[in-house]
Design a protein around this ligand. Structure first.
Ligand code: NAP
Length: 182
């Protein structure tokens, strides 16, 4: 069984980025790189990374002179377009997550899949039964508008919380889609 984890930072009002895809609100926050829920721990457990096109383009635009940050994982970018492939481990795919389940799980091997975002792609993984956990690092900021954390009605069960400097980190189990309201 491959574990799928949506690990992300969010504002208190549930945004991944502002309406212009800026992460200034996030990058200005203090964090202990060796503290709880560190990226190093996440990467050690990750064989495959999936992300949407906007997220991939953000990385390319904001780190043009830096090497690809995830050379030890296979990265699958969901897009309907041809995008520049900046590293041999990066591939572009499109369609539903379920269509690619075998591909992703074979590539992950014994390790897990990190669903980076955005919130529409994470929700599509959940809808296809391909999301086990969500880890949200909440920054002490409200933006009022922006890119949503999660775009479908779902229930989650809180499993664990931790503090890392400015962040409250919550780990949830994905319970399932919410039924229609009564
Ligand atoms: N706070 C954090 O830690 C964090 C984490 C992740 C992302 N972010 C930021 O949040 C923002 C997220 O942007 P976003 O909401 O636009 O989400 P996104 O998932 O990054 O990008 C959405 C785009 O991905 C493509 N896509 C998604 N699902 C697809 C599918 N099933 N098949 C084919 N293509 C698909 C489509 O692009 P095309 O139709 O153009 O191909 C879609 O418009 C970005 O600014 C990112 O940098 C922040």
């Amino acid at each position: 069984m491959t574990d799928y984890t949506y690990y992300t930072a969010s504002t208190l009002d549930g945004f991944l980025a502002d309406p212009d895809d800026s992460l200034d609100w996030l990058l200005s926050q203090p964090i202990d790189e060796d503290g709880p829920f560190s990226i190093a721990d996440l990467m050690a457990a990750t064989g495959v990374i999936v992300m949407g096109a906007t997220t991939y383009e953000w990385v390319l635009e904001h780190t043009p002179d830096e090497p690809w940050p995830y050379p030890d994982q296979q990265t699958f970018v969901f897009s309907h377009r041809e995008l520049p492939l900046v590293h041999p481990t990066v591939r572009v795919i499109s369609g539903s997550p379920a269509e690619h389940r075998e591909l992703l799980e074979t590539a992950a091997g014994e390790l897990g899949v990190w669903v980076v975002g955005g919130g529409g792609l994470a929700a599509a993984f959940a809808a296809d039964g391909m999301l086990d956990e969500m880890v949200v690092c909440y920054a002490p900021v409200a933006l009022g508008a922006g890119r949503p954390l999660f775009t479908r009605p779902f229930d989650f069960e809180l499993l664990e919380t931790a503090r890392n400097k400015a962040f409250v980190i919550a780990r949830y189990r994905v319970v399932g889609a919410r039924g229609p309201s009564q």
